[in-house]
Write a protein that binds this ligand. Structure first.
Ligand code: PHB
Length: 395
């Protein structure tokens, strides 16, 4: 039988089944049903604003394409993961088993991500990570159905050490929350700072999401380092910036951070954030048509200023659109879907980026300085920063 005859015969059978009301073959059902998209994000707690920004960005990308994915309508499902790792598996299972999502978009917190990761690997459901940077998800436990559109936790800090030493800050204290994101941000910092000739005087930490910084700030004052470097994010970052300034340390010890420190918190932190230097894959002030258009449209739509989390949500939407368009909405065609996502170049507000073999962005890191409630780019700290992808067997 020729290929053409085969196609005709098959479609005749499909039409017959459909018109007689019999169970539709899965290919027809896949094309006509709505795509089920599940958001598993924090909508409460210290990362609540991050979850909202990611969802807004994702929806904005989809709406720019007429609200569809590969020609199919979308149905959204939502779970508030509360940035609570203890509920990670249960919440991800709910989206996969009860809501039967085709794609799970989540999450922010690295510990919660590990719950999602287990469920994604066991179920084979497509998981797009719009923030959480936990290394193992795109290293030893990388998976064909897991793609990250954000960063790995050590990527921003791999670009930080040299920038600090270049400014003459050679003795630093490191401070963070003691969990995967803080520990792995330290890994990048330690590597880049010591390679550039810096010395880490002391490592300080507190449990996530505690914000009782006072005793630690007193210790920093007595250690008198040249600089402080840190990882904090969300509501906790705003509090750290304010407490650092209230203790008078912003006058005497230059504060640096993985760029999340100054994302989405500049209104809340006010003058306390002025002069803080960070490295990050995005900046409000990037002077590109893609960023200007994005910022204008986001502000008009959501009556909020976008930040890196909104950009990551937007890029997650762009990646999903590329994949879905490549398979004309047939998300069951996983081989072609994943190939399209792996080969994608995302024309992002952050600048163009590509996907590594381990499914993590390869991207430029900017050096930024806070001035008048804006993260101003003062240079590219490092071009095309890639995570090592150590132990990942995807090729
Ligand atoms: C993480 O837990 O991986 C995480 C959370 C918030 C950030 C960055 C990383 O801003």
């Amino acid at each position: 039988m020729t290929t053409r005859r085969l196609v005709l015969t098959r479609s005749a059978a499909v039409i017959g089944a459909a018109s007689s009301g019999l169970l539709l073959p899965s290919i027809v059902r896949a094309q006509s049903d709505k795509v089920r998209v599940g958001f598993m994000l924090p909508y409460t707690g210290t990362f609540a604003q991050l979850g909202v920004a990611i969802e807004n960005g994702f929806r904005m990308a989809i709406n720019e394409q007429g609200g569809k994915l590969g020609g199919r309508e979308i149905e959204f499902f939502k779970v508030d993961d509360e940035s609570n790792p203890a509920k990670g598996i249960e919440n991800a299972t709910r989206l996969v088993q009860r809501d039967k999502v085709d794609v799970l978009v989540g999450t922010v917190h690295s510990g919660v991500q590990m719950g999602i990761h287990k469920v994604a690997r066991e179920s084979g459901v497509l998981n797009l990570i719009p923030n959480a940077g936990v290394h193992i998800a795109t290293r030893a436990q990388c998976a064909p159905n897991v793609f990250r559109t954000s960063f790995s936790n050590s990527q921003p800090t791999l670009a930080l050490g040299k920038a600090m030493v270049d400014r003459g800050h050679k003795k630093a204290v490191w401070i963070t929350w003691n969990y995967a994101a803080g520990d792995e941000a330290f890994e990048g910092f330690e590597q880049s700072y010591t390679a550039a000739g810096g010395t880490i005087v002391k490592k300080l930490g507190l449990p996530f999401p505690n914000v009782e910084f006072q005793a630690l700030l007193t210790e920093i004052a007595s250690l008198k380092p040249d600089a402080v470097a840190c990882f904090f994010a969300g509501g906790g970052a705003a509090k750290f910036l304010k407490d650092y300034a209230a203790a008078g340390l912003n006058k005497s010890i230059q504060l640096y951070g993985s760029g999340f420190l100054t994302e989405g918190v500049l209104e809340a932190a006010g003058d306390a954030a002025n002069g803080v230097l960070t490295t990050m894959h995005y900046s409000d002030s990037l002077d590109t048509p893609a960023n200007k258009k994005f910022r204008l449209e986001y502000a008009k739509t959501f009556k909020l200023q976008p930040d890196v989390y909104a950009v990551q949500g937007y890029d997650t939407g762009l990646l999903m659109i590329k994949g879905a368009n490549a398979v004309k909405g047939d998300l069951g065609n996983k081989k072609a879907l994943y190939a399209a996502m792996e080969g994608a170049t995302i024309d992002s507000p952050r600048g163009k980026w590509t996907m590594s073999k381990a499914h993590n962005p390869v991207q430029d890191m900017y050096l930024r300085k806070v001035e008048n409630k804006e993260n101003k780019v003062i240079g590219i700290a490092q071009k095309a920063v890639a995570d090592s992808g150590a132990g990942c067997k995807l090729s």
